[in-house]
Design a protein around this ligand. Structure first.
Ligand SMILES: *Cc1c(COP(=O)(O)O)cnc(C)c1O
Length: 288
């Protein structure tokens, strides 16, 4: 499942940019999507090496990571359990998880905070159980995301990615250590994402290649406003490339806005990482 990989780099014809490219990690797989594929690759290898056949992980009710883990587990004939944050709900994402055989355990927000504790409570004596942190955050995930840089044929001045936990950004930064002239621009989608810089540097050490843009969260995680919805409609109709409102739309919006502010130039050579997650659109169908 992790051998063949389809993630072409495409040039976008989008004014005013002359050299804006997208790495289409969204095309890797519809369900084990984008950076979640990258993050699971070495985690599943580790689980296999340790002969663990039960993946246990964590996420919100619209988590791309849960969908990806459920799909990967079913394909690899592994068991999967997820602790889902908040009260019991049903939605399109959890429907897929259930179809793939993932067991869902809903836990309130307080209990959800301590993931190791939840794992130990339920699975301490389960020798098959393999802990995967929320969003797949781990050294293995960083390693998987660093491979994105190995696939680039060209030199870029700027690389952009959206960030939740910052693990994907850490991987990219790690991969960029031998490309001192490339700047990594990270667009957190959470409000008050000051934690992101130390989180990234935990894996990479301090870097002068890292630029974090804290002002493109649109009110916080999974929050949208009319400006963002209008931008999504424009971007998708102009490029033919779908973006999700939670992550990649905010990243592409940031690229446009930073150009308007003169922080990047329309002629700069820019690569945007499309981290996938398009099922996130399903949770927002009433907003369009
Ligand atoms: C999960 C996700 C991210 C966030 O990745 P982190 O490594 O947690 O920063 C970005 N984009 C999409 C589409 C995602 O699903």
């Amino acid at each position: 499942m992790f051998e063949k990989l389809n993630s072409p780099i495409e040039k976008l014809n989008l004014a005013p940019f002359n050299q804006l490219f997208v790495k289409r990690d969204d095309l890797i797989d519809p369900y084990i999507s984008g950076n979640k594929w990258r993050k699971l690759k070495f985690l599943l290898a580790k689980a296999a090496a340790e002969k663990k056949n039960h993946l246990v992980t964590f996420g919100g009710a619209f988590s791309n990571h849960l969908v990806a883990t459920a799909a990967a587990a079913a394909r690899a004939k592994l068991k999967a359990t997820a602790f889902v944050r908040g009260e019991e709900v049903q939605n399109e994402m959890l429907l897929l998880c259930k179809l793939w055989g993932m067991r869902l355990i809903f836990v309130d927000r307080i209990r959800y905070r301590d993931k190791r504790e939840l794992f130990d409570q339920h699975f301490l004596n389960d020798e098959d159980a393999f802990f995967i942190d929320e969003g797949g955050a781990s050294a293995e995930a960083v390693k998987g995301c660093a491979e994105i840089i190995d696939e680039l044929d060209n030199h870029y001045q700027h690389i952009f990615c959206a960030a939740g936990t910052g693990t994907t950004a850490a991987g990219l930064l790690k991969g960029l250590q031998n490309f001192a002239n490339t700047q990594l621009h990270v667009v957190p989608v959470l409000k008050d994402a000051g934690f992101i810089q130390p989180e990234i540097e935990k894996y990479t050490g301090k870097s002068n290649q890292l630029f974090i843009h804290l002002d493109y969260h649109f009110g916080g995680y999974a929050k949208v406003n009319t400006e963002l919805i209008t931008f999504i409609k424009y971007f998708v109709s102009q490029t033919g490339i779908l973006v999700d409102p939670v992550y990649t739309a905010k990243m592409f919006f940031a690229i446009g806005d930073l150009q308007k502010k003169g922080i990047i130039q329309a002629d700069d050579k820019i690569l945007a990482l499309h981290t996938g997650g398009l099922l996130g659109l399903m949770g927002m169908k009433n907003r369009f």
